[in-house]
Design a protein around this ligand. Structure first.
Ligand code: SF4
Ligand code: SF4
Ligand code: SF4
Length: 275
């Protein structure tokens, strides 16, 4: 009984993902959804299980399991554009399939429950950026977050222009847009990480998906909270945070609150178990 309580979170995660998997499988009559959401649910619950067991690379394992699956299997083998251009594309064609479901679950409505868990545990861009040397930003935050609205608009304009011009072979173009888009993201992400001495600079200033993620995660059910009775204001949690969040402030509008990727570095490093 004690063990069940200890591992309640990975069990709940598994059950929720299985419920989504079975519901989509039966309603869409497509076995892919059963496989897809079962795999992702299993990967995430495995990560949470390892985290409870205090395995220090738990998050990275989930990131690699889910990120590589999305990038290599869904993107390159199944030729599904899972980037934001793919979302616009399937939205314009009125097809409620993998990319639109993926966005709805992971990036638009899901963040109301699990915040920016996507960014901490599943994104294949950050999966690579997190290997770089600047895990904690070595420079103060820049005031260039507005760039994300430009990249967001460009992605929309790009796909809208293809539709307006009635370009043929759209599936093929979207596949190549996925490959080129990813290479560009990796190139800019790595360059910015070194320029700003911050692995997550791309996430903070450029990523167009944050236009969805940030407002939705403001209302997130799951969030890091500080027990003020235990906290001794040592500041360690703020120093190890890759996203410049102040986890000691419980207010929703805390400093960079919508940047939290639930990486748990603050929790792991708090000497008083206050988070
Ligand atoms: S902000 Fe964008 S690039 Fe960074 S982890 Fe989230 S989705 Fe990925
Ligand atoms: S690390 Fe823990 S004790 Fe130190 S400031 Fe953060 S919450 Fe408080
Ligand atoms: S260190 Fe804590 S506050 Fe910062 S992103 Fe990770 S979980 Fe969120």
């Amino acid at each position: 009984m004690k063990n069940i309580r200890k591992y309640l979170h990975p069990i709940i995660i598994l059950v929720v993902f299985e419920a989504v998997a079975v519901t989509l499988w039966l309603t869409k009559n497509n076995l892919f959804y059963l496989f897809n959401f079962s795999y992702i649910g299993l990967s995430i619950s495995l990560g949470v299980f390892l985290f409870i067991r205090k395995y220090k690379h738990a998050r990275r394992i989930v990131q690699l399991l889910v990120g590589l699956y999305m990038l290599v299997y869904l993107g390159l083998i199944c030729r599904e554009n899972m980037q934001i251009e793919g979302f616009w594309y399937y939205l314009f064609t009125g097809v409620f399939e993998a990319a639109t479901i993926h966005y709805a679950v992971a990036k638009i409505f899901g963040p109301l429950i699990f915040g920016r868990g996507w960014c901490g545990y599943a994104c294949w861009t950050a999966m690579v950026l997190d290997f770089l040397p600047y895990k904690v930003p070595a420079q103060p935050r820049k005031r260039i977050g507005w760039v994300r609205y430009i990249t967001f608009s460009l992605s929309l304009i790009f796909v809208a222009a293809l539709f307006l011009a009635k370009v043929g072979q759209m599936e093929r173009i979207m596949f190549w847009a996925f490959i080129v888009g990813n290479l560009v993201y990796y190139g800019i992400g790595i360059a910015l990480a070194f320029a700003f001495q911050d692995n997550r600079a791309f996430c903070k200033y450029i990523c167009p998906i944050t236009v969805f993620l940030k407002p939705m995660s403001y209302f997130s059910l799951i969030r890091i909270q500080c027990n003020k009775d235990k906290c001794v204001n040592c500041g360690k949690c703020k120093r190890v945070c890759p996203m410049d969040v102040d986890p000691t402030d419980n207010a929703r509008n805390r400093k960079n609150g919508t940047e939290c990727i639930l990486c748990m570095e603050c929790v792991k490093n708090c000497p008083k178990n206050a988070l």
